[in-house]
Write a new protein. Sequence first.
Length: 399
Amino acid sequence: MRFDTIWRDARIATLSPHRQGLGEITGAVAEKDGRIAFVGAEAELPVGWEAADTIKLDGRWITPGLIDCHTHIVYGGDRAHEFGLRLKGASYEEIARAGGGIVSTVKATRAASETELVAQALPRLDALLREGVTTIEIKSGYGLDLVSETKMLRTARHLGRERKVSVVTSFLGAHALPPEAHDKDSFIAKVCAMIPQLKQAGLVDAVDGFCEGIAFSPEQIALVFDAAKASGLPVKLHADQLSNLHGAALAARYDALSADHLEYTDETGVAAMAQAGTVAVLLPGAFYMLREKQLPPVDVIRRHRVPIAIATDCNPGTSPMTSLLLTMNMAATLFRLTVDECIAGVTREAARALGKLSDIGTIETGKSCDLAIWDIERPAELVYRLGFNPLHKRVWQGR
């Protein structure tokens, strides 16, 4: 058998669900035509194998390429001034109701051209790529009209052409009420009408919503999800972040890929997620920035065996973070996740949260050859260290 590239003398965290823990083995990974053609002990390599490029890793660790499954990295402007207000005691909800928060970013995003949005987003994306990210989800939601939402989603696709990274897009039209609107029901009707147009344009892979008192009710989100399902699009939900509106249960009712945040989710919601196969995406960056006290119900999530993913939630207001390594440490320190849960949360379970587990997220034969190669002695270093990036090499689709 002839491979394009083979990485030898490696310690490999395969994340295979068929192995215990991180699925650790010692051996080699081989790639052909951008796909994983072999993973296993070197003694198991096929007789007569050869490769155009053989790379000896001297015992370095390989994990699947990291996946940031919840981001808002496309936006205009910043909200540093709001950070100052929060330090003086203003709450997220108070800032939002005073015309700040999401609405202030909407104004800046609408004013920016696609070229400007790309230029502003690239440094944020590059920071993630430098830490081994090979797939990123990017949400819209700072346009809140068809023209601006389209611009945001085009920008997200553009980023995937500018860099060697897989981009998954989510339409988050139901993010906030735009400044020119005064009636949530009428605006939700407009959001529903945007979905088939954006789907036809090839700009959207999933539909998201923000179910919260300062955003939209479960009944309004249900209308958006009905429109998404009618267009053949999967859904996901910002659920139960600031209060329990039973968003997790709503997401599960629509077989959502994921329900995200979940600080106020109750056991009924978690049980519904388990039955639906909906992934819990935990976002410690927003929890930290907002100085929240209500922890997501991690023990309940574990007890019901709901898969746990974690993500940066990179956004200008509540999680201006571009480091999945820091996200893992925060998830361990703040939410008490284990090392294995953190690493699985940015690989296998993040892929599951995007509906992409059949192609990425583990190191298994036939999957896309997305790898992160690390200068570490043990995988726990990826979670334990602060402000340190041990990435040796990032491989996307074999390159």
